[in-house]
Design a protein around this ligand. Structure first.
Ligand SMILES: Nc1ncnc2c1ncn2[C@@H]1O[C@H](COP(=O)(O)OP(=O)(O)OP(=O)(O)O)[C@@H](O)[C@H]1O
Ligand SMILES: [Mg+2]
Length: 269
């Protein structure tokens, strides 16, 4: 792949469809036949109490679950109707198309802001001219809502940024490889309220272009940023399931299940 091709046709967000996903660590089953469609260009929030399998589910969506030696799974995950787990699919290709932003910002601290943005491209072996690289750095930092704050110090180390800026740098790094889906596991939980707002604005700006799946414990955040919401629950040591999912306003204002109602109103978890 050359860069010009990807620039001419920036792919829009892809549709992710998880079907009957079960997951284990050793013989401990942590998810039981979880199915969820995550539509293209929409923001889907995964909510639920600690330990119910949200992160595990998220990591299954870009094949990071298999990095744990004891981990196994059943079911399938389709990205635009093609199974991420089919034999001919390369893991590196899956992880390029389905990017991940973690709870704790993890830029390469000694590497410059500029090189941090391009780090993913180097890993995928994409070649680019100097001017194309400059273009990607500006474009992705702009999309991540960080360009204005760092354009005069692109050669400073990534570790010199604030926590919120580092998280936006990580978002830019993920976007630079032009993913179709961006997974975010509690991306704001280590951030102050102002940085959190800034990340939420970034999510709103990316919606439509990239499919976003975000795990959050912050119900206000789920209500603000997501179009759709899925409520996970693992009752009394049983594997996690989705109790209810649907449009976010319905989940918050008129859920069908009493447990959803209790959870979104902060009555447990
Ligand atoms: N690497 C691992 N090895 C063994 N068990 C694990 C591992 N990661 C998670 N688990 C177990 O899987 C279950 C689901 O964990 P997971 O991290 O997916 O929950 P979560 O909903 O993301 O929780 P939290 O809200 O606290 O982040 C838990 O019982 C947890 O102990
Ligand atoms: Mg988690």
């Amino acid at each position: 792949m050359t860069l010009t091709e990807t620039q001419i046709a920036p792919p829009l967000g892809g549709t992710l469809d998880a079907r009957a996903i079960s997951a284990w660590f050793g013989d401990h089953k942590v998810l039981d036949r979880v199915s969820l469609a995550m539509p293209a260009g929409k923001v889907t929030a995964l909510i639920g109490p600690s330990g119910c399998g949200k992160s595990t589910f998220l990591r299954i969506l870009n094949r990071m679950h298999e990095l744990v030696p004891t981990a196994s799974l059943a079911g399938e995950v389709l990205l635009d109707d093609r199974d991420l787990y089919s034999a001919e699919r390369r893991v590196t290709d899956v992880r390029r198309q389905v990017g991940m932003v973690f709870q704790k910002p993890n830029p390469f601290p000694a590497m410059s802001i500029y090189d941090n943005v391009l780090a993913g491209l180097k890993l995928t072996g994409t070649r680019a001219s100097r001017s194309a690289r400059d273009g990607i750095v500006e474009e992705t930092l702009t999309r991540a809502g960080l360009w204005k704050e760092v354009r005069d110090r692109l050669r400073s180390p990534g570790g010199a940024l604030s926590g919120g800026q580092q998280q936006r740098l990580c978002i830019a790094r993920s976007l630079a490889v032009r993913p179709r889906v961006l997974l975010m596991d509690e991306p704001c939980s280590a951030l102050d309220p102002t940085s959190t707002r800034r990340i939420e604005e970034t999510i709103a700006e990316l919606a439509g272009e990239v499919t976003i799946v975000i795990v959050t414990h912050n119900m206000q955040q789920a209500a603000r940023v997501s179009d759709l919401c899925a409520f996970f629950l693992a009752a009394h040591g049983t594997p996690g399931v989705i109790v209810e999912h649907g449009p976010t306003d319905v989940m918050f204002d008129a859920p069908r299940d009493e447990r959803t109602n209790d959870y979104v109103n902060g009555r447990f978890g």
